[in-house]
Design a binder for this molecule. Structure first.
Ligand code: UT7
Length: 330
């Protein structure tokens, strides 16, 4: 019998900048306080990539290097690098191209995926399809964002939320049914009004006016995004379980995008999952956009067991959202 090829996650890695920005640091920068941030978001501190000339690719590179070391392969063996990001080094070329060069992935092609906080799930689904097609053997999927580059540290509505990080997984063919099982991905462009960067694209190229008006920073109208996120993430996760004839009891772990602890709790409740089954590290890193989900996998890697059913779920700018079912295979 010919066994179907699935895409297994065979290695996980990440990169966290050393510098920490705590709630107490933010108290000195804007009119906020530790208690408000913790109770409304769950965040205590976040990491910031500091240093002249350092960009998102400088977090992708150590993450990919570590990934290769852990798997015992050379970067030259990578077929494709997909980088999910909304903070590319440049508008073009893709950060993935730059990172492939810096890491010595000479035989890889690479491209970026722009799907904000759902970028990792979109990219993972793409990468898995590439493996399932039989055409590629080693696809690296990396979520990476230097959110500090597009955060206005005079705006208390947004500056308390975001952090910088990168994390990556390696996808390889598997013939025993492990790896990415299913994905439900959604988008609704009418959500653009609530979460976006106003200028710097072709709609409003950079000008003195756009800089003066602070339009090169992430803008968010928090409440509508919060409402859509609670519903979107919970609904899509429940739909994924139902589609695969699973209940919360069959799930070993929920890996939610880390935007707000209250959104995470709502999703876990809807799936009937107790808190012990939910990966949460938002208190340490804040919202690192495309990096949150693989960052959790990296941190919890040692607790994952072969055969564990894991649901990854995200909601973010676009709007974009989705959920992916993984059978852990390593
Ligand atoms: O990852 C991409 C997707 N993004 C999300 O999923 C984020 C979704 N949204 C949220 O998580 C929440 O809406 C926030 C955490 C962004 C905000 O929490 P909220 O409970 O929705 O607060 P709010 O925006 O309704 O603001 C409540 C009050 C306001 O004051 P008034 O108008 O009631 O006097 C804000 O001005 O809190 C004030 N506020 C703050 N106070 C202290 C807003 N930011 C701060 C702050 N410190 N940092």
């Amino acid at each position: 019998m010919i066994q179907k090829t699935t895409a297994a996650i065979t290695a996980v890695s990440g990169f966290l900048p050393e510098d920490k920005l705590t709630n107490f640091d933010l108290e000195k920068m804007v009119d906020t306080n530790d208690e408000w941030i913790r109770t409304r978001t769950g965040i205590s501190e976040r990491r910031i990539l500091k240093g002249e000339g350092l960009a998102t690719s400088d977090m992708v590179v150590p993450a990919v290097k570590l990934l290769c070391e852990k798997r015992g392969i050379s970067p030259e063996e990578i077929d494709c690098l997909i980088v999910a990001t909304v903070t590319p080094d440049m508008v073009f070329p893709a950060t993935a191209n730059i990172a492939c060069d810096k890491v010595g992935a000479k035989n890889a092609f690479g491209f970026d995926v722009s799907a904000a906080c759902s970028g990792f799930l979109y990219s993972l689904t793409l990468g898995a399809s590439m493996i399932e097609s039989g055409r590629y053997k080693k696809v690296v999927v990396c979520g990476a964002d230097k959110m500090s580059a597009i955060t206005d540290y005079t705006d208390r509505n947004t500056c308390v939320l975001f952090g910088d990080a990168a994390a990556a997984v390696l996808l390889e063919p598997n013939h025993d049914g492990y790896g990415i099982q299913d994905s439900l991905l959604k988008s609704d462009g009418s959500g653009v009004a609530y979460l976006h960067m106003k200028a710097g694209g072709s709609l409003k190229p950079a000008s003195i006016e756009t800089v003066t008006a602070k339009q090169h920073f992430a803008f968010q109208d928090g409440q509508p995004v919060f409402k859509a996120a609670v519903k979107g993430m919970a609904d899509v996760s429940a739909e994924l379980l139902e589609k695969n004839n699973l209940t919360g009891e069959d799930i070993a772990w929920l890996v939610p995008h880390q935007a707000n602890l209250r959104i995470i709790d709502a999703t876990a409740n809807r799936m009937g999952l107790s808190k012990e089954k939910v990966m949460i590290n938002i208190q340490k890193y804040g919202n690192t956009t495309a990096a949150t989900i693989p960052l959790c996998l990296w941190e919890w890697e040692n607790q994952l067991k072969k055969g564990d059913n894991i649901v990854l779920a995200a909601f973010g700018g676009g709007f974009t959202w989705g959920a992916t079912l993984v059978k852990w295979g390593s």
